[in-house]
Design a protein around this ligand. Structure first.
Ligand code: IFM
Length: 434
């Protein structure tokens, strides 16, 4: 690494992130069925039909994994609770052993001097709620609030930070318009409703957590830089539409009480009645804003129906995901986030790359290049307060199964043995405390 902890301001938080379904092993501990289980069981949706039933078996190996977090000198561990592990039917009875598991997780972090950063929804919706319309159903706000109430009641006194929902764009657009993630819909009405309801759920969750006296509450959005494929007005227009849907819709809802015009052009007819009245709930005051950033998209026009853009192949070096490496985009989004939320500290809540191998010099270079952007932003006075790597472990990369390896620690998916990669060792050195 070409940085050390001392190159960052006092109190800057370095962290590492995971999510429940991607590492725990959803088949154990009394967790209920989720829409990812049925999505994965449907041929053609997920590489090799793989699912999260075993994943990294973190459920049984939690202590070993928490030792890796602490041993890597990370300050923060960003994890998620699984709704279906805690409430197997989505509503009603609580699975006590599920809650106990997260209780041990939080205590295990605190015992090791690591700050627990909680996310309440990282994509595994309980199947009974999916059957009832899931994110398309406004009742999600009540169901989610009930679940958040249970988690806040048990963990709220000890977590360091909390955010309701990871990556609203993926929850809504990727899953209901592009169809690449569960529930695999390709429907503009469903997408518009999910886009709005995900924000409504965010606002309700913040209200519930505040009522439990919790602080340090934030939102985590993902961003991809919109690069027009050429200089034509049509390509610029297409990139603006993409940018509005992906990058500005959720920031607009959270911080401006409005959605961008370029997104409303196609979505307005499909939004639920009275959506404008929900901004009072959506815009709950926050304590921080999280950015997940990986790549850019090269965008061309299609000439077809709205949104009228298509992803094109780009010229930059790519990660194993086929994603272009574009660190400048992180600088761009730190500025955009600061424009929307000038009073809030910013955290890079995810950044990292999929790469094969244990001697992962490419991952080290990727992290260095993105942290250079963070340092440049800090030098210009932007309030960046932390940077978390995705991910601690190689894990279930959703529709791409187990082949795409984002971990600082290698996982052998036959034996489930963990083996720190070179990037982990280098980070551990860079983050050594004086
Ligand atoms: O693995 C995902 C994670 O669940 C959410 N953010 C992006 C990561 C890499 O695709």
């Amino acid at each position: 690494m070409n940085f050390t902890r001392q190159d960052f301001p006092e109190g800057f938080q370095f962290g590492v992130a995971t999510s429940a379904y991607q590492i725990e092993g959803h088949g154990v501990g009394g967790a209920g069925q989720t829409h990812w289980d049925s999505f994965a069981a449907t041929p053609g949706n997920v590489a090799k039909g793989e699912n999260g039933a075993t994943a990294c078996d973190h459920y049984h190996r939690m202590d070993e994994d928490l030792d890796l977090v602490a041993g890597g000198n990370f300050d923060v561990y960003r994890f998620s609770t699984s709704w279906a592990r805690i409430m197997p039917e989505g509503r009603g009875p609580v699975n006590q052993q599920g809650l106990d598991f997260y209780d041990r997780l939080v205590d295990g972090l605190l015992e090791r001097g690591v700050k627990p950063a909680l996310t309440l929804y990282h994509w595994e919706l309980p199947s009974p709620l999916a059957d009832a319309g899931g994110w398309c159903n406004r009742a999600m706000a009540d169901w989610f609030a009930d679940y958040v109430d249970v988690v806040a009641g048990r963990l709220g006194d000890r977590v360091w930070s909390a955010a309701p929902i990871n990556e609203p764009w993926c929850v809504a657009w990727l899953s209901h318009f592009e169809g690449h993630h569960a529930p695999g819909l390709r429907d503009i009405r469903a997408a518009a409703r999910a886009m709005h309801h995900v924000l409504l759920c965010h606002g309700r969750a913040i209200e519930v957590m505040r009522s439990h006296g919790m602080g340090n509450l934030g939102a985590v959005c993902n961003f991809e830089y919109a690069q027009p494929v050429d200089d034509s007005p049509a390509a610029h227009r297409a990139a603006r539409t993409f940018d509005a849907i992906y990058n500005r819709f959720f920031l607009g809802g959270l911080f401006r009480g409005a959605y961008p015009q370029a997104a409303l052009e196609g979505l307005a007819p499909h939004l639920p009645d009275g959506w404008e009245r929900d901004f009072a709930t959506i815009g709950q005051p926050l304590d921080w804003l999280g950015l997940n950033y990986y790549t850019r998209k090269v965008i061309g026009p299609t000439g077809g129906a709205w949104p009228g853009y298509a992803y094109q192949d780009g010229p930059l070096p790519k990660t194993d995901m086929g994603w272009e490496i574009y660190p400048d985009g992180l600088g761009h989004f730190l500025r955009l986030a600061h424009e929307h939320a000038p009073d809030l500290p910013l955290y890079v809540t995810e950044n990292g790359m999929a790469a094969p191998g244990i001697r992962d010099e490419d991952r080290i270079a990727y992290v260095d290049a993105h942290l250079a952007q963070v340092r440049a932003a800090l030098a210009k006075g932007l309030p960046v307060a932390g940077y978390y790597l995705w991910s601690l472990l190689d894990n279930y990369e959703w529709a791409l199964g187990y082949d795409k390896r984002f971990g600082l620690v290698h996982v052998d998916f036959e034996t489930l043995d963990r083996r720190p990669k070179l990037s982990y060792e280098r980070l551990k050195l860079a983050l050594t405390r004086p």
